[in-house]
Design a protein around this ligand. Structure first.
Ligand code: NAD
Length: 91
């Protein structure tokens, strides 16, 4: 069986919740975690979708995700060079 695609969501706001809930329905995806410093909101969403909460976007990247949904205001997006070479992002 092929390995699942490891996905993370940065931002547990409106659009982050849409992405996290949608990933639950994708067969070949493992939702690794949700990163948001707003602890209460992120914990609630992580519990709902069954994954970990990470305190920062960088910690989620370090957990080894293949794809990250960047659901943050544009001024908070990390510059591309800070991501790992094989990690893709979607905004
Ligand atoms: N709302 C939409 O329908 C929609 C659709 C497409 C794209 N977008 C874009 O997505 C972005 C987010 O929109 P939203 O409506 O979800 O906003 P939102 O304010 O509901 O959520 C933003 C979240 O980002 C979190 N956050 C702030 N700093 C962070 C950090 N350093 N690391 C991790 N999380 C952090 C906040 O705590 C908050 O939970 C915007 O740029 C918007 O243009 C929104």
């Amino acid at each position: 069986m092929a390995a699942k695609i490891r996905v993370g969501v940065a931002g547990a706001g409106f659009i982050g919740a849409v992405h996290a809930r949608a990933y639950r329905h994708v067969a070949d995806v493992e939702l690794v975690g949700i990163a948001d410093p707003a602890e209460e909101r992120a914990e609630a969403l992580a519990k709902e979708v069954g994954c970990r909460r990470f305190p920062s976007y960088e910690a989620l990247l370090d957990a080894g995700v293949d794809i990250i949904s960047v659901c943050l205001p544009p001024h908070l997006h990390l510059p591309r060079p800070k991501q790992r070479p094989r990690q893709a992002s979607m905004c």
